[in-house]
Design a protein around this ligand. Structure first.
Ligand code: CTP
Ligand code: MG
Length: 390
């Protein structure tokens, strides 16, 4: 069975108050509203072809989208029309020769539909000419006319959504007939055309979160819903040990603490920054510090460990994530870390561009047990909590 999709994206968004950029090109979670719909249909294995009805005046916004899908031969961007119905009709005629069995018609301005709706509608059209997702109205509905207000019985009232699915031949014929009528001016969706020509319509009760973005309020609401949906809390753990060497101070968390020894290592041996770096890699599901900075590579000899931390922070940024808090424990008998807690927190806050209140530094001994108890070295353990939008 051949299934095509028409995405109506040629509108100018007149009801969207701040419509400098047409609403379908506004971004939500790093991609345009139009791309949200395209990607959902692309992710379905039952869709053969996607036509996007667009407005040539919107080329500035369309070009990056064209570029993104350039290698995808399922996608075609064509010119829509002055009205939504005209955009759909142009698209139907464009694909007429390909003779699809079924066609979905969808509003680009409705990006929040659930992918499972695609298959549900294919099931729902079975035995019908079209299937339409609808949602119950839960608010009390008033009809207001000048000074008279009347409550309308809402028990059989529904709002209509897209995508709507049609038998292709049925829809194009209905559109052709519609061209010859006066009613065309008042038609706002394709299911309405099927009603006019007394076709068999099935409805699918859907959730109300598949709302259309008409005003800025709708856009703000959806951006809240999506950021909540996409937000993920993750944690990472880091642990590092360096042994003492002769010297006069140790380098830890980017500061120098006077001591009668130093720390030994290939880089600057900053056991604190190494532990934090590894915790960040871990929170993102990445490899460890040795994977990115091979300790046998001469290149990293005496390197400031800030380089490693910056690398992990860059990865964090690319993953669209940010640090919520870090809990760090320094395990050693000596030197005492407590007197340096504030200095360390301020330094780390600066290195990571976060607030020092997001960082906790605790020192502990191991009651003279083990290598730390014998004052042979220092261990640092870190837990990082991150918040990611991907
Ligand atoms: N649409 C279209 N061609 C048109 C008009 C609208 O393809 N000539 C598309 C819109 O881009 C939108 C969908 O139809 O994705 C639903 O229309 P609507 O929400 O009314 O969008 P706009 O017409 O852009 O907004 P407005 O009516 O506020 O101007
Ligand atoms: Mg409109």
């Amino acid at each position: 069975m051949k299934i095509f999709v028409i995405i109506c994206a040629a509108g100018t968004g007149e009801r969207f108050s701040n419509n400098i950029i047409p609403k379908q090109f506004l971004h939500l979670n790093n991609k345009s509203i139009l791309e949200h719909s395209i990607d959902k249909f692309l992710s379905s294995d039952i869709i053969d072809h996607i036509i996007i009805a667009s407005n040539p005046d919107h080329n500035t916004y369309l070009n990056p989208i064209r570029k993104r899908y350039i290698d995808n031969n399922k996608i075609e961007i064509i010119s829509g029309g002055k009205t939504r119905i005209e955009s759909v009709f142009n698209s139907l005629r464009h694909i007429e020769k390909s003779k699809p069995d079924l066609v979905f018609v969808h509003d680009a301005a409705r990006p929040n539909f659930n992918i499972k709706l695609i298959k549900e509608l294919v099931k729902a059209i079975n035995g019908f000419d079209c299937a339409v997702p609808v949602s119950r109205i839960n608010d009390t509905i008033k009809k207001i006319n000048h000074s008279t207000i009347n409550t309308i019985d809402r028990s059989d009232l529904f709002t209509t959504q897209t995508p709507q699915i049609f038998k292709f031949q049925m829809l194009i014929e209905a559109h052709k007939k519609l061209q010859l009528t006066e009613i065309i001016e008042n038609v706002t969706d394709d299911a309405q055309i099927m009603e006019l020509f007394k076709k068999k319509i099935n409805t699918y009760i859907n959730t109300s979160d598949n709302f259309k973005i008409t005003t800025e309020d709708d856009y703000n609401l959806l951006s809240k819903i999506l950021s909540y949906d996409m937000a993920k809390n993750r944690v990472g753990i880091g642990f590092d040990v360096h042994k003492f060497d002769t010297g006069e101070s140790i380098r830890i968390f980017g500061i120098n603490i006077p001591y009668n020894k130093s720390l030994k290592g290939h880089s600057d041996a900053d056991v604190g920054l190494h532990s934090i770096t590894d915790a960040i890699y871990g929170s993102l599901g990445f490899e460890d510090i040795g994977y990115y900075f091979n300790p046998n590579d001469k290149k990293w000899k005496n390197t400031d460990s800030k380089v490693f931390l910056d690398h992990a922070l860059e990865k964090l940024k690319k993953a669209n994530a940010r640090i919520i808090n870090l809990d760090i424990i320094v395990i050693c008998e000596e030197p005492k870390i407590n007197p340096y807690r504030i200095e360390i927190k301020d330094k780390l806050a600066d290195l990571m561009d976060i607030n020092s209140s997001q960082i906790s530094i605790k020192g502990t001994t191991t009651e003279e047990l083990g290598f730390t108890g014998r004052k042979e070295g220092i261990a640092v353990q870190t837990i990082v909590n991150i918040f990611s939008y991907e």
